[in-house]
Ligand binder design. Structure first.
Ligand code: SAM
Length: 415
């Protein structure tokens, strides 16, 4: 059993094409981002080296070390997609669109990879359409089942895809949000999609966009689960490698900048002009160039210095700063910046499974949302910045009471 990922050799060759990978940032030792700990737990915490590089062959940005997937995704995986009203609306709108378009055929079948608590598939199930969620995290899968969603509690990979195909027939749509980038064995995912997708079917993938991450210096989007950071070029290349083609792109204002990549079998669908336009734009700006990524690295170090400087100054001034949102992203911020309970005494979060636990690595206690107003702190460090509008509207009483938000994306500032 692997107990420490430092002991595995850092990958210097691309997982997908075998070309050399050049590392451009090393965050050092990091815990599993969603491994919240019981305060009584004295066992050694699992750590690994979080480093990212770019492939010189296919431009895929990828991590050098792979955390075993069962350490991240298991029965107690705490993330629930339905926690955000904005994301509930987003997934419901997409499900309705699918029902009106690709699924408006005789006896349609849709598969979702990483269906979590059924936030998207519950609308499909409600419409009586054949569907299957593939979700290895048992707790999330059970929540989906309770909403009438059919779920297979497994990792999606080539063999599970072949089994689904044998039992349910071909899928008209295979959808996956914020999951495909989490799967180091992307080759197995594409082979599975190849086995399961109907000849004219669509593989629709939503994931955070490298261009937005670089532009906004969103360094905290890099953590164990986000094994790959996708660009249009890298998704084009990996699709082609497995006999597919990127046929459409939609930029989405979710999670700080996402792209919906629509992939079909090569030649099966017309390619929308926007694909070529964005590819050209990526080349023109040198998105995968060493200079671009090295400047991202410089800005990331600056963000760390600015944030730690601000937090120390506020502490020395006697101000209380509390974290808002014990997100997986916050694990990178706290552990990379060395932020512990001395600077941020607790983090408020709405996920019951995290309450009373300690945040991974940093050991910062996690408290329920009610603690936020009891009393309000002077400042709140907004770890869940991708839901800023929704949170700030909900917590309008905090600002009304004189509280200020600290944000660190796209740069450290107070609002
Ligand atoms: N799709 C949801 C969303 O966008 O909110 C959930 C995203 S969550 C960050 C990632 C999900 O992918 C988790 O529920 C995890 O258990 C699941 N997952 C991870 N690896 C997977 C795999 N190989 N096959 C299917 N699901 C996987």
């Amino acid at each position: 059993m692997i107990t420490d990922v430092r002991d595995t050799a850092g990958m210097r060759e691309c997982r997908l094409c075998g070309q050399p990978v050049r590392e451009f940032f090393d965050f050092g030792r990091q815990p599993v981002s969603d491994a919240f700990r019981d305060p009584a737990d004295r066992s050694a915490e699992f750590h690994y080296d979080l480093a990212v590089g770019v492939c010189g062959g296919c431009a895929m940005v990828q991590q050098s070390h792979e955390v075993p997937r069962t350490r991240m995704f298991h029965a107690d995986y705490p993330y629930r997609s339905s926690g955000s009203a904005f994301m509930r609306d987003h997934f419901e709108a997409f499900a309705r669109r699918l029902l009106e378009t690709e699924l408006a055929v005789h006896d349609p079948f849709v598969v979702e990879i990483g269906s979590n608590d059924g936030v998207m598939l519950r609308t499909i199930a409600g419409a009586g359409v054949r569907h299957l969620g593939v979700e290895p995290s048992g707790g999330a899968a059970d929540t989906a089942r309770a909403c009438g969603v059919r779920v297979l509690t497994e990792f999606f990979q080539e063999d599970s895809a072949r089994r689904i195909r044998a039992e349910d027939g071909p899928a008209d749509v295979i959808y996956s949000a914020n999951t495909v980038s989490h799967i180091a064995r992307l080759d197995s995912v594409f082979r599975g999609v190849d086995a399961l997708l109907a000849p004219d079917g669509l593989f629709v993938v939503e994931d955070r966009y490298l261009g937005d991450i670089v532009d906004s210096t969103a360094f905290d989007q890099i953590y164990d689960e986000h094994f790959y950071l996708f660009s249009v070029e890298s998704v084009c290349t990996v699709s082609r490698r497995f006999g597919f083609e990127l046929v459409d792109i939609t930029r989405l204002p979710v999670h700080g900048g996402t792209i919906r990549f629509t992939i079909a079998r090569a030649g099966a669908r017309p390619v929308a002009p926007v694909v070529g336009e964005l590819l050209t734009a990526e080349h023109a700006r040198g998105l995968a160039d060493h200079g671009t990524l090295d400047r991202f690295a410089v800005r990331t170090r600056q963000a760390r210095a600015d944030l730690v400087g601000l937090l120390r100054w506020l502490r020395d001034e006697g101000r209380v700063v509390v974290g808002y949102g014990a997100t997986a992203k916050s694990a990178t911020v706290t552990n990379f910046c060395g932020i512990g309970p001395d600077l941020v005494p607790y983090i408020c979060d709405s996920t019951p499974a995290k309450h009373g636990k300690l945040a991974p690595g940093s050991g910062i206690p996690v408290r329920p949302p009610a603690a936020f107003a009891d009393p309000y702190p002077d400042y709140a460090l907004l770890f869940a910045w991708n839901h800023a509008e929704e949170i700030m509207a909900k917590e309008h009483g905090f600002a009304a009471a004189g509280g200020r938000w600290i944000r660190y994306v796209p740069r450290v500032h107070i609002v």
